[in-house]
Write a protein that binds this ligand. Structure first.
Ligand code: HEC
Ligand code: HEC
Length: 456
């Protein structure tokens, strides 16, 4: 490997980058008894070096994580360069001239997945751009609005309609007196260009993207082995493979509709940004009406807007994003881990898998800890929308880092939960038994469980 080699104290990782791309220096400081790294970063390669280190291997590294977009620790210089290029495409703000739209929700992947993390619920009074990371999907397809309600049009004009939320509040009180306020969202669709929707919306926030390449590398046989659609073992938890119309197994998105990272990225370009790719070549994106199609830049009509090579780079990068590093487990967290299994959380939040061969090559046989079986479960009426009450088990890796990385944390498909406790209290359906067991725990045991979740 050519280039400078840096040994970063406390990180245990040696990283190397080509000297021409290094413009920064490194200063280490010790803060309040903890090891912390202060990195003065000027060059983008240096940023990668820093985050690669933050993703390294120990407890101190966890505290340094400020971004879910982290490369694997063992990248050689050519793959590091590919990561850098892909990362730039992830943040690229596409323009109308390049094919954005005509109807779209956001100009870049990064706007909806800030720092590679998840989105936030839409709010009244915020602009469509600020509300972009909550998306109105129309799974059945509407004759006028298509498969998604795009909220922007052309050069930042209002799109097909807007979404905002109001909440009904209720209280849950544990036997020991601890009270939790739960909020049930009510959606308001306003400024609907073609009149009321003809189909029911599914409103979701963006999930984080870290680790998806490894989830993709989980062999289908492992997913099949976990499925128990008829609940043969009688534990009240079934779990069903998300099978697409053409017989493939879905695993990405809140309902596991996308079969691969490439599929998910092509959907994002088509539905969220109105850009065509080799996988979804329609330049009009999700336009259903003639008026919308007329807004297409004429020269774009027959062209693939995100060229095959660019698209491949973006997909390759997305696959490379490392899962969040787990935190150290003290006595409370270790007890919480036992409780997690005992009260039935692990029946869906399956702790680990061993990967098969990754799509882009690389090492197979890596044990990963996503805490999800990647299956669909009936979660009860409380979490149902008009289309279904089934959701894919949300991977819990990184759940304890969300506030640290993003400065705020919203849980569940629509971000209604502001804490992990709220998220658990919304569990119903197949998870009703686990929810009840959770509410029956002593305060000390609940805290142990939460301490464990905070390390994921
Ligand atoms: C307008 C907001 C928005 C934009 C722009 C966007 N996404 Fe997403 N992303 C979402 C939402 C919402 C979901 C959940 C999808 C679902 O459940 O249908 C999602 C899901 C994903 C997932 C699946 C994660 C998982 O755990 O299953 C990946 C990977 C992803 N997006 C990558 C991308 C990439 C790459 C781009 C840019 C090409 C992008 N996204 C652009 C909102 C967005
Ligand atoms: C029957 C399967 C099932 C069981 C059992 C279950 N969960 Fe879940 N969990 C899910 C599904 C599915 C979701 C996503 C639901 C949604 O977004 O609406 C989820 C979401 C979550 C989330 C929010 C994650 C996020 O990123 O938003 C947390 C936290 C969580 N579960 C923790 C637990 C804990 C702790 C237990 C045990 C008390 C548990 N779950 C039991 C299926 C299950």
């Amino acid at each position: 490997m050519s280039g400078a080699v840096w040994k970063i104290p406390g990180c245990g990782t040696i990283a190397a980058v080509a000297p021409s791309t290094v413009e920064g220096g490194l200063v280490q400081s010790k803060g309040s008894g903890r090891r912390s790294h202060r990195l003065w970063v000027l060059g983008s390669a240096m940023t990668l070096l820093a985050v690669a280190c933050a993703g390294g291997s120990g407890p101190a590294d966890r505290e340094a994580v400020r971004n879910f977009i982290r490369p694997p620790a063992d990248l050689d210089s050519s793959r590091l360069e590919a990561f850098r290029v892909g990362r730039a495409l992830f943040g690229k703000r596409w323009t109308l001239e390049e094919g954005l739209g005509p109807a779209y929700d956001a100009r870049s992947c990064l706007i909806c997945h800030p720092r590679g993390g998840g989105g936030r619920p839409a709010e009244v009074g915020r602009s469509p751009a600020e509300n972009a990371s909550m998306v109105v999907r129309l799974p059945q397809g509407d004759h006028a609005y298509g498969r998604q309600l795009q909220r922007r049009f052309g050069d930042d004009q209002p799109g097909e309609g807007q979404v905002s939320l109001a909440y009904d509040q209720s209280r849950f009180i544990f036997a020991d007196g601890e009270a939790v306020t739960l909020r049930t969202p009510r959606y308001q669709l306003t400024g609907m260009k073609h009149g009321p929707l003809g189909v029911r919306p599914t409103v979701v926030i963006a999930p984080k993207v870290a680790g998806v390449g490894l989830l993709e590398a989980v062999p289908e046989a492992s997913l099949r082995a976990g499925a128990d659609p008829d609940d043969r073992n009688g534990d009240g938890v079934s779990g069903r493979l998300a099978v697409t119309e053409d017989g493939r197994i879905g695993r990405f998105g809140w309902r596991a509709e996308a079969v691969s990272v490439e599929d998910q990225a092509a959907r994002a370009f088509a539905l969220d940004m109105g850009l065509s790719t080799p996988v979804r070549p329609g330049a009009e994106g999700d336009c259903e009406t003639p008026a919308c199609r007329r807004r297409l830049h004429g020269e774009m009509a027959g062209r693939i807007e995100v060229e095959p090579a660019r698209f491949a780079e973006l997909v390759r990068f997305t696959r490379m994003i490392e899962p969040p590093p787990p935190g150290p487990k003290g006595p409370a967290a270790r007890r919480g881990s036992t409780l997690f299994a005992r009260i039935g959380c692990a029946a869906c939040h399956r702790p680990s898998f061993v990967t098969g061969a990754p799509v882009d090559g690389g090492r197979a046989g890596r044990r990963i800890w996503p805490y999800s079986d990647l299956l669909l479960h009936d979660m009860g009426q409380g979490l149902a929308d008009g289309n279904s009450s089934e959701w894919r088990t949300a991977p819990l890796w990184g759940v304890g880092l969300r506030a640290q990385v993003q400065g705020e944390a919203f849980y569940l498909h629509d971000g209604r939960a502001r804490s992990v406790t709220e998220a658990i209290l919304w569990h119903g359906g197949e998870a009703e038994g686990a929810r009840r067991a959770f509410t029956g725990l002593s305060r000390q045991d609940r805290q142990a469980l939460l301490a464990f979740l905070a390390t994921l």
